[in-house]
Design a protein around this ligand. Structure first.
Ligand SMILES: [Zn+2]
Length: 125
């Protein structure tokens, strides 16, 4: 399962953050996921509970924020929203568009537990 290797990389990042902040546990993890990332949100949730077992992220809650697809038109220069299977300009309908966002998966924030205290660490903001 592709999502499992994605989660293992994600948990590696979370472990680094937890270590830097001397956290004892992780309460909540938030990721932003584009529809063109090739990652299925449901499979990601399942893989996360498997991959987090025995790590500092064990029993943490994974929140997945869905990102919209944005394209820039090569003809009229407009930046508009698009559908996963139809990356056309929302202004003029031209197919010559460049993807601005929608294919990424980023770790947005991690809520850590340090000495019984809870603190949110925002990444990539
Ligand atoms: Zn256009």
């Amino acid at each position: 399962m592709h999502e499992l290797s994605v989660c293992q990389a994600l948990i590696g990042q979370i472990e680094d953050i937890a270590r830097q902040h001397r956290a004892t546990a992780v309460r909540r993890v938030s990721v932003r996921l584009g529809p063109l990332s090739g990652v299925e949100p449901d499979l990601l949730s399942q893989a996360f509970s498997l991959a987090s077992a025995g790590t500092v992220a064990q029993n943490s809650r994974l929140e997945i924020e869905r990102l919209p697809i944005r394209v820039r038109c090569e003809s009229c220069g407009a930046e508009t929203a698009a559908e996963p299977n139809k990356l056309v300009c929302g202004e003029c309908g031209d197919w010559h568009t460049r993807l601005l966002s929608g294919d990424e998966m980023v770790l947005a924030s991690v809520e850590l537990i340090q000495n019984g205290e809870c603190g949110v660490r925002n990444e990539n903001r």
